[in-house]
Write a protein that binds this ligand. Structure first.
Ligand SMILES: *Cc1c(COP(=O)(O)O)cnc(C)c1O
Length: 495
């Protein structure tokens, strides 16, 4: 089995795809045979979470040697709960809490494993070059990637975040990151500017030979990397198995999932799980006020020409959802020409549209709803008042979409809401939604929130208080390339 680029030009083994991140033709790596190669999903459901991870990842990335050890190393002792991603009943629905990892965001699940995969792939391929990760973050990827890659031998990581686009806690998490192989820098503009700037820098540095001349290979920790996407299938299986254990369903019943969506990675993993046999019903694509995906899934028109709105769920403030490209590939049965044309149109005109056949194929698996800021805040408040459940704004968006889905479209299947961040990461937004006074520092607000809820804030967040800011650089989007070259030069000297 090999991966191929969604744009048709390139093929790669699993190890190569993980090291490259993005294909040389600008496409994303996909496995054409997923679901067509045999996978015993019923057996998978009978396993413990770590064994499930091993089985799924061995299927997705079969050329990695010793996946059992890699999985152990990635997850053992890193999550605050033994079940990794606990399923909590709230009202008549279920919340899959994905935020019990080291940085309190769902991205920990994938980014705990990706560094292990990267180092293993480098060794297996016999590469002596240093692998440097370039990543744009809307808030959570940055810290989770830094946590995973810092001081990992043979690697380096440079993270760019939108200067005004992340929450104060997210910022504090990143700029206090220690490690000899890490660098963090703010970029003027929003996440899309940041992501586009990093993509440009990435390909320019590669094509100019600058990296190769210095024995460096660039890679990415964004969800365009298949090594980032693959681990995310695991918790769909964990959630399904938990519902079976609880007696809520029997194996074979369909389950719907509501997923707070930005770059479309998390929800795409649910789709891949479905292709592999897991009885997933509808995947509800939940967006905030940046509702470009809601419109696309309802109408087949993807139009990024709209106002970029800064919301209380910054990790979903995205107008160009990278992983949609992978969905277009799958629903068109691997039509690389079609995918390339859509992406070309998006980059030239800011828009593309798909035909009715493709749209119906998408709507067969996906529904879409969005929550604006007011609805998001109301949802946080209602969940706290009605169910004593405290959730962060991203999760609230998914709850709101789930409600609307249930009223308008659901056939009554059990519904799992993916909870992607700890509420303590966004104390101001949560307190404000609850009608509380929000004066004071982020840490005072965190404390206030814990007093209100009676649950203490995660240690990983409390311990940020008083930590020294190490990374204070702020640059323009067009300076990213030079910035990276300077850092790579410095690291080369230190070798
Ligand atoms: C990244 C992120 C999302 C969106 O996930 P995608 O895979 O980009 O769609 C949602 N919520 C939180 C808290 C996140 O960090």
């Amino acid at each position: 089995m090999f991966y191929e680029s969604t744009r048709g030009g390139f093929k790669a083994s699993g190890t190569e795809a993980v090291l490259q991140g993005i294909a040389p033709d600008g496409g994303l790596y996909v496995d054409k045979t997923i679901g067509r190669r045999a996978f015993d999903w019923k057996k998978c459901l009978s396993l413990q979470p770590m064994e499930m991870a091993e089985m799924l990842l061995s299927y997705m990335l079969p050329d990695f040697i010793g996946m059992d050890k890699l999985v152990q190393k990635a997850y053992d002792g890193k999550f605050s709960t033994p079940e990794l991603t606990p399923l909590v009943k709230v009202g008549e629905d279920y919340v899959l809490e994905l935020f019990h990892g080291p940085t309190c965001a769902f991205k920990d699940f994938a980014l705990s494993l990706l560094p292990c995969l990267t180092v293993a792939a480098r060794e297996q391929e016999g590469i002596t070059d240093r692998i440097v990760i370039l990543t744009a973050t809307s808030g959570d990827t940055g810290k989770a990637a830094l946590e995973g890659f810092h001081d990992m031998g043979g690697t380096g990581i440079i993270v760019f975040y939108p200067a005004e686009g992340v929450s104060p806690v997210q910022k504090a998490q990143m700029i206090t990151q220690a490690g000899a192989n890490v660098k963090v820098c703010a970029v003027h503009g929003n996440f899309d500017d940041c992501q586009a700037g990093v993509k440009e820098a990435f390909s320019e540095i590669n094509s100019s030979g600058f990296a190769a001349d210095r024995s460096i290979r660039l890679s990415s920790a964004n969800s365009i990397n298949i090594g980032r996407l693959a681990p995310q299938l695991v918790y769909y299986f964990i959630a399904y198995a938990d519902l079976v254990k609880e007696g809520r369903i029997v194996i074979g019943d369909t389950v719907d999932f509501s997923v707070p969506t930005g770059n479309f990675g998390d929800i795409l993993a649910g789709y891949l799980a479905k292709l592999m046999g897991l009885p997933v019903g509808k995947l509800v694509c939940a967006s905030n006020a940046n509702n470009v995906l809601t419109e696309f899934i309802k109408t087949g028109v993807y139009n990024r020409h709209r106002k970029f709105i800064k919301t209380s769920s910054p990790s979903m403030d995205i107008l160009v959802s990278s992983n949609l490209e992978r969905l277009l590939y799958y629903v068109s049965e691997g039509d690389c020409k079609f995918v390339s044309e859509c992406m070309q149109s998006l980059s030239s005109w800011g828009e593309f549209r798909v035909g009715l056949d493709i749209l119906l194929e998408i709507q067969d698996s996906f529904s879409a709803f969005y929550a604006d800021e007011e609805k998001t805040a109301q949802t946080i408040k209602r969940l706290w008042t009605d169910s004593s459940y405290l959730c962060d704004p991203h999760t609230a968006v998914a709850f709101s979409a789930a409600e609307e889905y249930k009223q308008k479209e659901s056939d009554g299947a059990p519904l799992v809401i993916l909870s992607t961040a700890s509420p303590y990461k966004f104390p101001e937004a949560v307190l404000s939604a609850l009608g509380q006074n929000t004066a004071g520092s982020e840490f005072e607000l965190m404390e206030k929130l814990s007093q209100l809820s009676g649950i203490s804030a995660p240690q990983a967040l409390c311990s940020l208080k008083g930590k020294k800011a190490i990374h204070n650089d702020v640059i323009d989007r067009n300076e990213i390339k030079d910035y990276v070259c300077t850092i790579l030069g410095q690291w080369e000297k230190e070798k």
